[in-house]
Design a protein around this ligand. Sequence first.
Ligand code: SAM
Ligand code: SF4
Ligand code: SF4
Length: 378
Amino acid sequence: MTDIFRIIPITATTTPAVLDVLRSPDVPRSEEPFIADTLRRPLRDLRISVTDRCNLRCTYCMPREVFDKNHVFLPRAELLSFEEIERLARSFIGLGVQKIRLTGGEPLLRRNIEQLIAMLARLHTPAGKPLEITLTTNAVLLSQQAQSLKDAGLSRLSVSLDGLSDEIFRRMSDSEVPVKTVLDGIAAAQRVGFTPVKVNMVVKRGANDHEVIPMAEHFRNSGIVLRFIEYMDVGSTNGWRMDDVVTAREILEQLASHYPIRQIAPNYIGEVAERWRYIDGSGEIGVIASITQAFCHECTRARLSTDGKLYTCLFATNGLDLRAPLREGATIQTLTTLIADHWQQRNDRYSQLRQAATEPMITVTSSPKKIEMSYIGG
Ligand code: SAM
Ligand code: SF4
Ligand code: SF4
């Protein structure tokens, strides 16, 4: 027996195929346990959607025509409680998860979110490393909450902001919230010690592509990492068209025509953002080319929906219900086994397949109804 067998967490569910993967020389030896899916991808990150509600109505995510006053959000009883989330988190961590991102919907709308953060921040990986807890927010409520998030043990924070002009922001977020509210939230986060705060901007052609340079100019020399994200065909309600996607290459060309920039190495293998730095030392930017450079081959991410379903892809149509067994009293070991079995059957690579189908850039629409990002967690 080699020591690699000793780090497999749940031998009862480890199939022969997985053992082959673990034996193979190209799988890195690790102090941490891991399981692998059918494409040899370990389970490393977990995104948890803590609410399906939001105080904005970004047109690419929760278009108001769909998410209007008649839309039925999940009733409270259907949401996972903090205790249930923590219990499931323990199972995921036992299988190799090292990073948890809280998202939604708008996670700061979930009452007492700092209590959940404190509960998760106490957990450790089997090798004894503290878990990395991060959160993505639209920052509308961040000014008031930044300190309590920091005190609770949140490791890092990402803020979404699609433009600096009030008019563009109002149009993109379909709200009356001024940009200043978001900027104040970002400033509060910096003040309480989140470093670096990342700001994510989804770039949609004809909507906010002319805000790329003003955003870059604004966040240069601020210590904030600005990341540009290709508009994705997630969900079934945003009317996505390939023509609306401003590619990472186009964004980089725009940036390079204003500032000398150079690419820098990723922070870790599998990082989804391509990192760039201004040559004059005024900071870092990133591009996330989810559409034009699919990163499915390195995707180690699972998603837990607000009501406790496990999705193994952002573009999934079905999830595995974990809430029912949880509420029927399943042990952590049973839950771990359920999750492991599901992950080991995973073969998702939606973006890669879409990329193959869209070369040369033909618009495709997928047939079954995809899950909305606000529910599954972006
Ligand atoms: N409400 C929080 C926020 O906006 O940061 C967290 C949830 S939101 C679904 C998470 C991220 O998904 C945001 O950065 C948002 O811009 C991004 N997002 C939503 N729909 C998208 C789409 N169609 N394409 C690309 N990114 C999208
Ligand atoms: Fe809300 Fe975030 Fe979706 Fe915008 S992107 S509607 S802020 S969940
Ligand atoms: Fe991961 Fe699915 Fe996105 Fe591919 S399409 S990177 S498998 S979430």
